[in-house]
Design a binder for this molecule. Structure first.
Ligand SMILES: [Zn+2]
Length: 337
C-alpha cells in the first residue's frame, strides 16, 4: 500500500511537467535523502533515452532540457527511472520469463475462446439447426490448456531469492494444470461426444457433466491461487504497475468470475429434481450464472494477456535505477552550459 501511495504523486509530477528544483517535496527526500539531493546537482553518467524523442541524455544535468525536443530531463527521469530498481531481484532468465508469461496468458485465452466456439455452435445448432464447430475444437481447448501450463512453469522460479512458500504454491498451480486438462478432455471427448446438444438439449446437462464442470472450476481456482503470488511479484517489478497503469488484481477478478460460473453449476447440482415453474426459474438462473461467469472469465483473460504483453519489455530488460544514471558523488556545475 505504501508503494501505491507513491504512485499518484509521480504521475501528477509528470503531468505538471516542470517541477522547480526548489519545490522538491520533503517526503520525497525523506525516502532517499542522499539520492534526491545529489540528483539535483548531478549530470547523468549513464545512458537514458529522452522519454519524448529518444535522444540519449547522458552528460546532461537534471536541470536541463533535452537538446532535441526541449522536454525537461526531469520528465524523462520521472517517467523511466524506477526508484525501486536497485531492490529488485535479478531474474534468472528475463527473456524466457517474459515470453513464458505471454504464452501462459495467450494460450489460456485461446482455450477459453475455443470453449466459446463449441458452446455457441451448440446454441446455433439448437436454434438454427446449423452446427459449425470443427470436431478438433475440443482437442484445441485441451492442447492450449497444456501449453498455458507449460508457460506457467516460468512462474515457479523466476529469480533465485523467491520464497519457499511462493515456490511451492507456484508448483501446485502448475501441477493443477494436469487434472484441469484431463477434466477438459473428459468433458469434450467423453461426456459430450455423440451428443448433439449436451447443454441446451431437452433434459439440460446431466449430473456427470455438472460435476466435471465443477471439477474444472476447482482446478482453475487452484491454478489461479497457486500462480498468483509469483505473478504479482513479477508484475510489481514494473514501474508501469506501480503507477497504476496495469490492474494488479486481475487474477483475483478471474477467480471471482470462475466462482460465479461454479455457483451456477452448484445450483444445478443441488436442485436436480425441481420441476415446474420453480424448476424453470432455477434452470434459467443456472444458465445466467454460468454465462455471466464465462463472459467475465474471458474478459479477465483478455486483461491478463494485455498485462503480460505490457510487462514483457519491462521484465525482459532490467529497470533503470537511479544508480544506473547518476554517480554516487554529485558534480558541481555552472548555471549555464
Ligand atoms: Zn527529447
Amino acid at each position: 500500500m505504501g508503494v501505491a501511495g507513491v504512485a499518484p504523486r509521480w504521475v501528477d509530477r509528470m503531468s505538471g511537467n516542470c517541477v522547480e528544483p526548489g519545490q522538491q517535496e520533503p517526503e520525497q527526500s525523506g525516502n532517499a535523502p542522499r539520492a534526491w539531493t545529489s540528483v539535483l546537482a548531478s549530470e547523468l553518467t549513464g545512458d537514458l533515452p529522452c522519454v519524448r524523442c529518444g535522444y540519449n541524455l547522458r552528460g546532461l544535468s537534471i536541470r536541463e532540457l533535452c537538446p532535441e525536443c526541449r522536454a525537461p530531463v526531469r520528465a524523462t527521469i520521472l517517467a523511466l527511472v524506477d526508484p525501486k530498481a536497485g531492490e529488485l531481484k535479478v531474474l534468472t532468465r528475463p527473456r524466457l520469463t517474459a515470453w513464458g508469461l505471454v504464452v501462459w496468458s495467450i494460450a489460456a485465452l485461446l482455450a477459453a475462446l475455443g470453449s466459446w466456439v463449441i458452446r455457441l455452435s451448440e446454441l446455433s445448432l439448437s436454434w438454427l439447426d446449423v452446427s459449425w464447430s470443427p470436431a478438433w475444437m475440443g482437442r484445441l481447448v485441451v492442447g492450449m490448456t497444456l501449453v498455458s501450463g507449460l508457460g506457467a512453469m516460468v512462474l515457479i522460479r523466476p529469480y533465485p531469492a523467491l520464497g519457499r512458500g511462493r515456490q511451492v504454491r507456484a508448483i501446485g498451480g502448475v501441477l493443477a494444470y494436469i487434472p484441469l486438462a484431463l477434466l477438459l478432455w473428459y468433458l469434450f471427448m467423453r461426456v459430450d461426444s455423440g451428443r448433439a446438444l449436451p447443454v441446451f438439449g431437452a433434459g439440460g446437462q446431466d449430473g456427470v457433466r455438472v460435476l466435471v464442470r465443477l471439477g474444472i472450476g476447482a482446478m482453475l481456482a487452484l491454478v489461479i491461487l497457486g500462480l498468483r503470488p509469483t505473478a504479482r511479484a513479477l508484475a510489481m517489478r514494473s514501474v508501469v504497475v506501480r503507477t497504476g497503469k496495469v490492474d494488479r488484481q486481475s487474477l483475483l477478478a478471474l477467480l471471482g468470475a470462475v466462482g460465479i460460473a461454479a455457483a451456477g453449476d452448484l445450483l444445478r447440482l443441488l436442485t436436480p429434481e425441481v420441476r415446474g415453474p420453480v424448476g424453470q426459474a432455477l434452470h434459467t438462473g443456472e444458465i445466467v450464472l454460468v454465462a455471466v461467469g464465462s463472459v467475465l472469465v474471458t474478459i479477465g483473460l483478455v486483461g491478463i494477456v494485455i498485462d503480460c504483453l505490457r510487462l514483457r519489455p519491462t521484465l525482459a530488460r532490467p529497470g533503470i535505477g537511479i544508480a544506473d544514471i547518476l554517480d554516487e558523488t554529485p558534480i558541481k556545475r555552472g548555471a549555464k552550459r
